[in-house]
Every structure is written in structure tokens, then in C-alpha cells.
Design a binder for this molecule. Structure first.
Ligand SMILES: C[S@@+](CC[C@H](N)C(=O)[O-])C[C@H]1O[C@@H](n2cnc3c(N)ncnc32)[C@H](O)[C@@H]1O
Length: 299
């Protein structure tokens, strides 16, 4: 896809998510590299425009560009790759352990699981995302044309968690609340207010049959990270500048919230621990420590 063909941008109000692109760039950097055998995402690079692939290629080659803006993009993509490897491995392991016929990916962004996980052959996938981000992804997929899905089906379901009715949207898209669902909520909770997190959780809990599971990635508070993001917003070079974090959760509070909705937590680990076990880079220690993946089950 050429830069001019990149469909990202402001589409009727809110723009497509740039953090979704950043995470995809991180996965493209890491494809087949650290955690060899545990992490591979050959689809990620294909979803990126030529311009978006430039920092990916630079990080893979270890050749930082000149100029503060390009260097900022390079560092963001490099650091992101460090985070997404343990995050993806932890989530993919959790999904394998909680397979069901229905997988709903909330805030899917440029998630590639429906195109790369062979274990989804008997699973219908609902990709739920903000309408602007979803239009962007569908345009990128249309450019590729020939990308075969590994899931049984993929159903695109546009929902703005701030204003739309998630349950009604899933009903219309054919999700069946009477049979088990695996819910995945990766890299989205920080961008929602506490009220939006509670509202989304209430809506999904109402459609969660016994035997279902929720895999949620969230951020615990960390003073240095907040300062770093404020700086990035001030400098405006970061992909995250227009997508501020709105809620951080301590593990105890997240566990209490999930339990309130009938989803007791069965595991909750920091990405630092996962990275340590995988032997992947840990330069971004603070960010790794505050990033978490919890699994909750409906008994
Ligand atoms: C950092 S990206 C993560 C994307 C993907 N889950 C991943 O990990 O690659 C954040 C995602 O949250 C979605 N998002 C943020 N606020 C949202 C809202 N109010 N309603 C729906 N989606 C939202 C964005 O559209 C974007 O796709």
C-alpha cells in the first residue's frame, strides 16, 4: 500500500486510531525475532502503508534515522515492539487455553489473530472497534484483497464504547449470548474512562454464558509513565499524542470490578514477568511492569 493510498485520517469527526498502527508496527518489528518460536506475526507488516513500514525497517536494521521527528517515531516503534511481544504471547496462550466457538475482540485495531491463529478454525470472530478505526482497517484489508482468514469467520462490528450499545451491536452481528464466548480486550482499557470501562464490562457480562472467559490487558498506574506521556503530548511527535490514557487500574481494583460482574480473575501477570520468562528485551522495564494481562472466567 502506498502512502497516498493510506486510508487513515479523520473520517467524520474522530480519526482512526494511531495507537492501533503503532502496536501493529511493534508486531511487524518483532515478527520472527525475539521469543523465536513463540512470537510470529507475518500479517502485521502487510497492513501497514509504505511510510508506516519505514520505522519498522529501521528498527529491524538497527539504523536510527536523523532528525528528532523520525527519531521519535523510531524510538516509539522500538519500545512498542518490546511491549507487544510478551503481551501477544501471554494473550495467545490464554486464548488457546480458553478456546470457544465465539471470540469477540473489543477495540480490535489492526489485530491479526483472525488471519494468523490456526487454532481459530472452529471459531467465529467478531472484531468490535470504533467506526473510524474499523473503516481504516477494512480499507487496508481491501487493498490486500487476498488475505486468507484462519478463523471460521470474521464479522466487523463498529461500536463506539463511549456512546453505542455494545449488546445491540453484537445481537445485530449474530453473536449468540447463550453459548460460551471468549472475550479479548487488549490495549483498549487505558483509553476509556472508568465509566466506559464499567459500561462495556456490564454489556459484555450480560452476554457471557457459563464457560466463557475474558482476557483483558490493562495498565496499572506508574508515575514516570504518566510524565512521559504528558511530555509526548506536549512534543506532539508521538502516535499516542491524541489518544490520552483515561483510566489505570491497580490489579486489586481490576479483580474487584471483574468479580462484581461475575468474572472472577484466575490469573493476572505483569508483562515484565512474561518477558523475563521468554527472555525478551526488558529495557522498557517500567512500562513492562505496569502492563498486565488478566484472565477471568465465568464458572
Ligand atoms: C492501542 S489500540 C489497540 C488495538 C488492538 N487491540 C491491539 O492491541 O493491537 C486501541 C484501540 O482501542 C480502540 N478504541 C479506543 N477508544 C474506543 C472507543 N471509545 N470505542 C471503540 N474503540 C475504541 C481504538 O479504535 C483502537 O483500535
Amino acid at each position: 500500500m502506498s502512502e497516498n493510498e493510506n486510508p487513515s485520517g479523520n473520517q467524520g469527526g474522530r480519526a482512526a486510531s494511531r495507537t492501533a498502527v503503532l502496536v501493529c508496527q511493534g508486531r511487524a518489528v518483532a515478527d520472527g525475532r525475539p521469543a523465536a518460536g513463540r512470537f510470529t506475526d507475518p500479517v502485521a507488516a502487510r497492513l501497514l502503508s509504505d511510510a508506516e513500514r519505514t520505522p519498522v525497517d529501521e528498527v529491524r536494521a538497527g539504523t536510527p534515522p536523523r532528525g528528532w521527528r523520525a527519531r521519535g517515531a523510531y524510538e516509539s516503534v522500538r519500545a512498542c515492539a518490546e511491549i507487544v511481544v510478551p503481551r501477544t504471547v501471554a494473550i495467545d496462550d490464554a486464548l488457546r487455553g480458553h478456546a470457544s466457538g465465539q471470540l469477540v475482540i473489543l477495540g480490535a485495531g489492526l489485530d491479526t489473530r483472525a488471519w494468523r491463529l490456526p487454532g481459530l478454525a472452529a471459531t467465529d470472530v467478531w472484531e468490535v472497534d470504533h467506526p473510524a478505526s474499523q473503516r481504516d482497517k477494512r480499507a487496508r484489508l481491501a487493498e490486500l484483497g487476498d488475505l486468507p482468514v484462519t478463523a471460521r469467520s470474521v464479522r466487523f462490528t463498529p461500536v463506539d464504547f463511549a456512546v453505542d450499545d455494545l449488546g445491540a451491536a453484537l445481537d445485530a452481528a449474530g453473536h449468540d449470548p447463550s453459548v460460551p464466548t471468549t472475550w479479548l480486550w487488549e490495549g483498549v482499557v487505558p483509553y476509556l474512562t472508568r465509566a466506559q470501562v464499567r459500561g462495556t464490562l456490564a454489556a459484555l457480562a450480560a452476554r457471557t454464558a457459563p464457560g466463557s472467559a475474558l482476557v483483558v490487558n490493562y495498565q496499572a498506574p506508574r508515575a514516570k509513565a504518566a510524565a512521559g506521556r504528558l511530555l509526548a503530548r506536549a512534543l506532539r511527535f508521538s502516535a499516542t499524542a491524541n489518544e490520552p490514557w483515561r483510566s489505570l487500574w491497580r490489579p486489586r481494583r481490576m479483580a474487584a470490578l471483574l468479580a462484581e460482574h461475575g468474572l472472577p480473575v484466575v490469573s493476572d501477570e505483569s508483562l515484565l514477568d512474561v518477558a523475563h520468562d521468554l527472555g525478551t528485551p526488558r529495557k522498557a522495564r517500567g512500562s513492562l511492569r505496569s502492563g498486565r494481562v488478566a484472565v477471568a472466567e465465568r464458572p
